[in-house]
Write a protein that binds this ligand. Structure first.
Ligand SMILES: Cc1cc2nc3c(=O)[nH]c(=O)nc-3n(C[C@H](O)[C@H](O)[C@H](O)COP(=O)(O)OP(=O)(O)OC[C@H]3O[C@@H](n4cnc5c(N)ncnc54)[C@H](O)[C@@H]3O)c2cc1C
Length: 378
């Protein structure tokens, strides 16, 4: 179904949030024959950070009938990663970023747009273009209301895919935080006069107060991110491009590479939260039909948001959207076991991620005395 269809109740589930996790949950629920109300404001126009799609995402997209999206012209294969991590020398160290080899460098806005279009066209999905403002559990299920005040007919299950805000799940759960990593994000055009063909390798460089990431997009611009902690970033870093330029001057490789290829900052960078934070539990209640007949699950960043060093956020969003949709389907049929298994799998994933994070940050010893690295040691 499309926008404007009557919100006549009789829905099996509501999915809150219009990103990758929400689209994946809608597609999987629709494939299982469920009727879904998809509540999300329109996608924001313009660039957004996060373009490295891990190889594992391909199989997940195929499960959603969406593998063809990666063939669109705005995406390109990720060739290789060069890292100055643990040493000033740039070396090919795939394991630092991708544990499973190369993946895809996305045109991220186009990918999200295309995935959302597939989901909203799926039989059984009705999209409501608004933010969720309220969610209350009652005997008849979830009572949801939209920004603007509209109350929706009750639904028995809610999937929270609202990103780090976790608007439904956060009040039901406990939030944990491993760090407060922040990213300065910029997209740099290349000087049209430049005759240098920029490398297609992704570059990672550790520095005293954080690390840099640079990757060429298919449209010829360079995606540049600087990761540090908010209290370690210079003042005005997200307002004045000269501050980022100054930070770049302190790099051994990334800054030189940018200069030589003729890339330039076209404006101030954007500041984004990129810390590792998660909820526990991420789903409930444990008995189907229990706790007033209102089930819930958090997916994607709403469940667990990871430091982008692993480049697995989008893949986790796809995986968790699929898993939670299947668990919701079983829960609605009276079987709560898959929902409990989903919650346990996310909790295990968090533990595994935290171990990998310590190991990877522990590989960089040159800055062991610096606050940024000390916060992540061991
Ligand atoms: C700087 C940076 C770089 C990254 N790089 C990578 C990378 O290279 N590779 C990778 O795989 N991952 C990367 N990530 C992580 C990745 O972007 C996220 O893990 C992914 O976007 C999570 O998708 P999501 O759908 O869960 O959440 P989101 O993309 O945050 O989507 C949440 C949606 O919910 C909507 N919403 C919020 N509140 C409400 C409400 N009240 N009602 C309805 N809707 C609401 C929002 O509008 C939004 O559309 C990066 C993240 C950052 C910050």
């Amino acid at each position: 179904m499309s926008d404007g269809a009557s919100r006549d109740g009789g829905r099996d589930a509501a999915v809150v949030g219009g990103g990758i996790a929400g689209a994946a949950a809608c597609l999987r629920l629709a494939a299982l024959g469920r009727r879904v109300l998809w509540i999300a404001p329109p996608l924001e126009e313009g660039d957004r950070p996060g373009e490295q799609l891990a190889p594992a995402a391909r199989a997940l997209l195929a499960r959603l009938g969406a593998a063809g999206l990666l063939e669109a012209p705005g995406h390109r294969p990720a060739n290789r990663q060069l890292s100055a991590w643990g040493s000033a020398q740039l070396a090919e160290r795939d394991a630092i970023v991708h544990l499973e080899g190369p993946g895809t460098v996305l045109d991220r806005p186009a990918f999200e747009r295309d995935l959302a279009a597939l989901a909203r066209a799926a039989e059984g999905v009705e999209r409501v273009e608004a933010a969720l403002a309220g969610a209350e559990r009652g005997p008849e299920g979830w009572r949801l209301s939209l920004a603007g005040g509209e109350a929706l007919p009750p639904v028995p299950f809610v999937i929270d895919a609202s990103g780090r805000a976790a608007v439904v799940a956060a009040p039901l759960s406990q939030r944990f935080r491993a760090d407060r990593l922040a990213a300065l994000v910029a997209f740099l055009p290349q000087d049209p006069e430049s005759e240098v063909a920029p490398t297609r390798a992704t570059l990672i460089e550790a520095v005293a107060d954080g690390w840099w990431y640079a990757s060429l997009l298919a449209d010829g611009r360079l995606a540049l991110n600087y990761y540090s902690d908010p209290d370690l970033l210079p003042r005005e870093a997200s307002r004045d491009p000269a501050v980022l330029q100054g930070l770049l001057a302190g790099t051994a490789s990334v800054g030189r590479w940018i200069d030589e290829a003729g890339f330039h900052l076209a404006g101030p960078p954007r500041l984004a939260s990129a810390g590792t934070t998660w909820l526990a539990p991420v789903a409930g209640p444990e008995a189907a039909g229990g706790r007033e007949g209102a089930g819930w699950a958090a997916v994607g960043d709403a469940a667990a948001a990871f430091d982008p060093l692993s480049s697995h956020g989008m893949t986790t969003a796809l995986w968790s959207g699929i898993q939670a949709a299947e668990a919701a389907d079983a829960w609605l049929a009276g079987d709560a076991e898959p929902l409990a298994r989903y919650a346990a799998a996310v909790a295990e994933g968090v533990v595994d991620f935290l171990k990998a994070r310590s190991r990877i940050y522990g590989m960089e010893r040159r800055f062991a005395g610096r606050t940024f690295w000390q916060r992540r040691a061991g």
